[in-house]
Design a protein around this ligand. Structure first.
Ligand code: NAD
Ligand code: DAU
Length: 341
């Protein structure tokens, strides 16, 4: 199998590339990533020189480039993760979310259609369903009611991918996953931000009353779900992926402080996120019964491991917070690319 992974230098993408190298060692992975602020090639430094991982810096919206890669590497399947992924950034500036998530996905689909890619896995999100009340959980047939520019752009790309199946008979599978956590997550998202701030004894900014609920899934369990969906999912179907670990934000923040033995006085309640979704919860029955998927991590064990990882890998996130990680591509590749003329 030759697989094109888009966004393979982001949080989930880099974990997925490593996961696929372990679980499917004979596959070739072509990793197309634009290296936006969220892309960190350093995370994959251990794969340097690995002939089964090919990194290409580029935009998914560059159809010519994508078609070239599909032909050059004989791509069988695409796992599409590249996106602008942070809700708060989409509130500050929605435009790039439309460019990458909507137009970029459409261009990628078009390139795959033109070049006969056999399967397209669209990595979507539970945020397409909007917000829940105190009870119930999202199923694959729940109404789509996105609230932020981020989730609206993801809903658009999710639906465009399904339209390519219905209209052009492309083999498309869509996954909608809940909140991921784990190693290599950019410290703008709740868990790594709180860990990093706590380690610096800086305030931990909790939005609103801290009672918003998310359904947390370890990133390796998400990768397992993506592989199962790629290999066994039925074309044209949507599969929810969830961890069955609903937690209020404040519980998580207090849990992190407890693990780091830091005082709760660091917690600072701040103004709420505009349009903040109150609660997400996933009903994972379909992927469990149809594809035999079962997550492996419990949230408490996974959170403790993740916090330990951030404590032990300070160099990784300090180079992110200082911005030094952005020089890595230039150091590694600029001279080589120039050498190639
Ligand atoms: P991330 O922001 O950490 O990484 C995104 C990656 O995409 C980066 O490496 C970035 O450089 C790359 N990228 C951005 N624009 C690009 C473009 N135009 N062309 C090529 N590459 C580009 O995101 P993440 O948290 O790893 O999320 C990955 C995917 O999973 C996204 O599609 C996201 O919507 C989805 N998702 C994330 C979560 C979560 O909890 N993080 C949950 C469900 C679904
Ligand atoms: O549900 C899946 C989604 O999960 C993905 O599609 C998104 O890409 C991913 O970013 C994530 O979105 P959230 O908005 O849920 O994640 P975030 O980590 O930004 O926030 C989690 C919760 O914590 C949310 O209720 C807002 C709150 N929060 C977040 C930050 C960054 C705070 O209270 N303080 C903060 O500083």
């Amino acid at each position: 199998m030759n697989v094109l992974v888009t966004g393979g230098c982001g949080f989930i993408g880099s974990n997925l590339v490593k996961y696929l190298r372990r679980e499917r060692p004979d596959w070739k992975i072509v990793n197309l990533d634009k290296l936006t602020y969220a892309g960190n090639l350093e995370t994959l430094a251990d794969l340097e020189g690995d002939p089964r991982h090919v990194f290409v810096r580029g935009d998914i919206a560059n159809r010519e480039l994508v078609e070239h890669l599909i032909v050059q590497h004989g791509i069988d399947a695409v796992m599409h993760l590249a996106a602008e992924s942070h809700v708060d950034r989409s509130i500050l500036g929605p435009e790039v979310f439309i460019h990458t998530n909507v137009l970029g996905t459409q261009q990628l689909l078009e390139a795959c259609r033109a070049r006969g890619v056999k399967r397209f896995l669209m990595v979507s999100t539970d945020e397409v369903y909007g917000s829940l009340g105190p009870t119930g959980a999202f199923t694959e047939t729940s109404p789509l009611q996105p609230s932020s520019p981020y989730s609206a752009s993801k809903t658009s790309s999710d639906l465009v991918a399904l339209a390519y199946h219905h209209t052009f008979k492309m083999d498309v599978v869509v996954t909608r996953c809940s909140n991921n956590y784990g190693r290599y997550q950019f410290p703008e998202k709740l868990i790594p931000l709180m860990v990093v701030n706590a380690l610096h004894d800086k305030p931990l900014p909790v939005y609103g009353d801290g009672a918003n609920v998310r359904d947390w899934l370890h990133v390796d369990d998400h990768c397992q779900g993506l592989l199962v969906a790629l290999e066994k999912g039925r074309a044209g179907e949507v599969y929810n992926i969830g961890g069955g670990s609903e937690r209020r934000n404040i519980e998580i923040v207090k849990g992190i402080l407890g693990l780091l033995k830091k005082p709760e006085s660091l917690i600072q309640y701040v103004a709420d996120r505009p349009g903040h979704d109150r609660r997400y919860a996933i009903d994972p029955t379909k992927i469990r019964t149809e594809l035999g998927y079962q997550p492996k991590h419990t949230f408490e064990q996974g959170l403790a491991e993740t916090v330990t990882w951030y404590v032990e890998n300070r160099a990784w996130w300090e180079r992110v917070t200082s911005g030094a990680y952005r020089q890595y591509f230039d150091t590694q590749y600029k001279a080589r690319l120039q050498g190639r003329g």
